[in-house]
Design a protein around this ligand. Structure first.
Ligand code: XBP
Ligand code: MG
Length: 255
């Protein structure tokens, strides 16, 4: 029987609801600052989330929606500049501490750490955004709790490609069957499954209707005492919320 050695967390949508009131606002602030009359409303942003990575998302928008924007200034701007500005705005939003961790995240991370289960991160977002989110929510020392943070352009292909998870496994010196992933999106699930990883989903408003076929368990959240998680698909969990023991049991059943 394989023991659970590490839990690999996705960031956006999993650790925190960062997309609607974080990344989206930061993109819009960067567009406005650049004099562009582009605005990504909540619905449009939901569609654009199908494209992972902020630079890739802007490129996709230019390729597919540009004719509706009514701007002629795009030629003067590079995507890299827009994205760097967006990252600056995003970090400012996080520093204002308006975005907290999702229910159960801090409790579960603390519990895993105290039980000697290693922690790692595999995310599409930019490394400095991960640092900013962890610092704003758990405090700067918590950065040391994660044995490895795989992020953004460290790999050539972003999720749904397996690259970011393969990099993470390589750096942890573990194999896929040693680990369990917590994700929120179909793209994240595809990436993790392509790397051979057992995956638990905590869905959110943007991802609730996505195809989570292949996940060991799909929940609406990790849950907390007094705030029960609901199982949406896959294997049931014992109790009202996800604990280290829940993850051990799911991992054992998958491996
Ligand atoms: C989610 C994403 C990211 C962010 C934007 O990443 O797709 O692209 O929306 O981040 P994950 P950047 O769920 O894997 O954490 O603008 O920094 O790319
Ligand atoms: Mg995500």
């Amino acid at each position: 029987m394989k023991h659970l050695k590490a839990v690999i967390f996705d960031v956006d949508g999993t650790l925190a609801e960062t997309e609607r009131d974080g990344h989206r606002l930061a993109f819009n602030r960067a567009f406005a600052e650049a004099g562009l009359n582009w605005h990504w409303d909540e619905t449009l942003y939901g569609q654009l989330l199908a494209v992972t990575g902020g630079k890739e998302r802007i490129q996709y928008y230019l390729d597919n929606f540009h004719t509706q924007c009514g701007t002629t200034r795009d030629a003067l701007l590079t995507i890299a500049k827009l994205h760097a500005d967006k990252t600056r705005h995003y970090r400012t939003i996080l520093q204002q501490q308006t975005i907290g961790l999702r229910p159960g995240v801090q409790r579960l991370i603390t519990e895993l750490k105290s039980e000697g289960i290693r922690l790692a991160i595999a995310t599409t977002t930019t490394p400095e955004n991960v640092t900013a989110l962890i610092t704003a929510t758990l405090g700067e020392p918590a950065l040391q709790w994660f044995d490895y943070i795989a992020a953004g352009d460290m790999v050539p292909a972003k999720k749904p490609a397996a690259d970011i998870f393969n990099l993470c496994l390589q750096q942890l010196d573990l194999v896929a069957t040693d680990c369990l992933v917590i994700e929120d999106s179909a793209n994240g699930l595809l990436a993790a499954r392509s790397a051979g990883l057992t995956t638990l989903i905590t869905a959110n408003g943007y991802t609730l209707d996505e195809d989570f076929h292949g996940a060991i368990c799909v929940l609406d959240q990790l849950g907390e005492p007094g705030l029960p998680a609901t199982v949406l698909a896959g294997l049931p969990i014992k109790g009202d919320y996800v604990t280290a023991q829940t993850l051990r049991e799911l991992h054992e059943q998958a491996n």
